[in-house]
Write a protein that binds this ligand. Structure first.
Ligand SMILES: [Fe+2]
Length: 292
């Protein structure tokens, strides 16, 4: 069985030009709760044990500040640093309420990644219907998908699970993917996906968003690679976020499939065949959030 030095995707940090509005959306509608606060930052937790899954920072524009992963052992931090050719090692932030031992680096296409060991975990984790349990994946845009995919594999020890024409799906545990790398004209954030307990929760959570005035941007549907159900939304500051559930669980016996095998019949974009074509404004939003 493959040993992954990185064992989980923990959290993302976003800059927002309207912290109060972003916080209201993610707490009142999306289903997260405040875990901690600091000057100009709010840390939001899901129902699982991660200290926070989303940190919102007051900033000039919506942007992806950082993505944090948990490593299996403290020694894995040194291993990643030693392999991080072409990356810039950054100073760790002075204050992080999740604590732990960290390594922070900027990868060659400008995304900041933090690796954490021994971070604070909540003792009251619970599966709660209709709200996020944890992050499911981060989807990043890359002008060079294969180079970014190779970075995740060679430096971070991920495995390539599947490759469609436009996207590489890489994993660091049994989830089919923790990171998706999407072909794009710019590097940046495509979207952040939050794991809900089940399909029913994706449907009911989506209903809650629709009722609150946030229509489904794309979906509901069931993805090809990963077989997960999905509903995409655009948050009030332009960040695309996804509710997902039923992510395919894989191990070393999983058979990789490439672009020739991941093809839809004409007009179809999901397994069920019910997701309408993705609207232009969602496609634009998926290209509009840069890395800090
Ligand atoms: Fe996704």
């Amino acid at each position: 069985m493959t040993r992954f030095p990185i064992c989980a995707l923990r959290s993302v940090a976003l800059d927002t030009p309207n912290l109060a509005k972003s916080e209201a959306f993610y707490t009142e509608e999306w289903g997260l709760r405040v875990s901690a606060r600091d000057e100009g930052v709010v840390y939001l937790r899901a129902s699982g044990d991660d200290h926070h899954v989303l940190a919102l920072h007051a900033g000039e524009r919506s942007a992806l500040r950082e993505t944090a992963f948990r490593v299996e052992a403290e020694a894995d931090l040194a291993g990643i640093a030693a392999r991080a050719e072409g990356c810039t090692i950054l100073p760790n932030p002075a204050a992080d309420p999740a604590g732990g031992v960290c390594l922070t680096l900027r990868e060659p296409r400008g995304m900041t990644l933090r690796f954490v060991h021994g971070d604070v975990r909540h003792s009251d984790a619970a599966m709660v219907a209709n709200v996020p349990l944890r992050l499911a994946h981060v989807n990043v845009n890359s002008v060079d998908v294969d180079a970014t995919s190779a970075f995740y594999q060679s430096v971070l020890g991920f495995k390539l699970t599947d490759r469609s024409k436009l996207m590489a799906f890489v994993r660091c545990n049994a989830d089919h993917h923790a990171v998706v790398i999407a072909e794009a004209p710019v590097n940046g954030l495509n979207h952040v996906a939050f794991l809900l307990p089940d399909l029913e929760s994706v449907m009911r959570g989506s209903g809650r968003l629709v009722h609150a005035g946030y229509p489904i941007g794309w979906g509901v549907g069931r993805h090809g690679p990963g077989d997960n159900v999905f509903a995409y939304f655009v948050d009030p500051l332009g960040v695309v976020v996804e509710y997902t559930a039923e992510v395919l669980q894989v191990d070393d016996s999983y058979r990789f499939r490439g672009p020739d095998e991941w093809r839809w019949p004409p007009g179809r974009t999901d397994h069920w065949g019910i997701a309408p074509p993705k609207p232009e404004h969602v496609k634009q939003a998926q290209l509009a959030v840069p890395f800090v």
